[in-house]
Write a protein that binds this ligand. Structure first.
Ligand SMILES: C[S@@+](CC[C@H](N)C(=O)[O-])C[C@H]1O[C@@H](n2cnc3c(N)ncnc32)[C@H](O)[C@@H]1O
Length: 263
């Protein structure tokens, strides 16, 4: 199950180590962390972080007392995760090395949007169901169908007709491609509508919660670091997001959406 070469090349640019440390990435991390923290079992419990990249979640989860194993198909990211102190192996979400009913939590905060066909995503989710103990927790992330439109405005990419063509294709069928190989534009992915992701998780046999907006309205702030640096403003922002995080009429207006599943 080789990874598409353009996806591997995108991640070999070495952006994952710092991606979540500033701007909307920082908000993505904070919000994902709070949504996970509210649902994870108490440590010690076993967590499989599938598509865990350079260990941005695996390392602090292990520091909290969880037994965490990271799996990622990109060897550079696995090396970086190991260097950061994670237990990490090269692998693919569709064929996990873990045994049947052997883990308490599976994180899929990345692989699903790089599996561009629905049967591959459902196969990966069924693998998660196979390795989870009964009652175990799945956290599955999708990128919103509308994320390139929002990013394209905030970052100014939409001034470029090539980016506009990428956005139009993605809006039509969810298939995001970057034929220009522009290094700052995202690589091959499937962009979910909120209901698609919930239905895929349900089809794999899970009871679902969500979709929950991760960044929600915070997605649109150009000065998100200023909000997060000031404790009072940060709480105003987080409360504003939490208030609308589960509202179906708002669910697509976020960079990332999270669906939880119970095995
Ligand atoms: C944007 S990164 C997200 C990393 C991290 N989980 C996070 O939330 O910040 C997407 C990750 O999914 C991984 N990935 C892509 N295809 C995958 C597959 N088939 N199986 C497992 N992981 C995959 C990539 O190598 C990359 O590390």
């Amino acid at each position: 199950m080789p990874l598409e070469p353009e996806i591997a090349a995108y991640y070999e640019q070495d952006r994952e180590r710092d991606r979540l440390s500033s701007g909307t990435g920082r908000l993505e991390f904070l919000r994902t962390w709070e949504l996970l923290s509210a649902r994870l079992p108490d440590p010690p419990a076993t967590i499989l972080d599938v598509g865990g990249a350079a260990g941005v979640y695996a390392v602090p989860l292990a520091e909290r007392g969880y037994e965490v194993r990271l799996v990622d198909p990109v060897p550079l990211l696995v090396e970086q995760a190991r260097a950061a102190g994670a237990d990490a192996i090269v692998g693919d979400a569709r064929a996990l090395a873990a045994g049947h009913a052997s883990v308490d939590v599976v994180l899929m905060l990345g692989p699903l949007y790089h599996l561009t066909e629905r049967p591959e995503r459902v196969a990966a989710l069924r693998e998660a169901a196979r390795v989870l103990r009964p009652g175990g927790l799945l956290a599955a992330v999708g990128i919103s169908r509308f994320a390139p439109t929002c990013d394209g405005l905030v970052e100014g990419f939409l001034h470029d007709p090539e980016f506009e063509a990428i956005v139009e294709r993605g809006l039509a069928d969810g298939q995001h491609r970057n034929p220009t190989a522009h290094p700052r534009w995202f690589t091959t992915a499937y962009l979910h509508r909120p209901d698609d992701l919930r239905d895929e998780v349900a089809e794999a046999g899970f009871e679902t919660e969500g979709p929950i907006a991760v960044e929600g309205p915070g997605q649109f702030l150009a000065d998100v670091d200023d909000w997060l640096d000031d404790p009072a403003r940060r709480e105003v922002l987080l409360r504003a997001i939490r208030r609308v995080e589960s509202d179906p009429s708002f669910a697509g207006a976020t960079g990332h959406m999270l669906v939880f599943g119970r095995a």
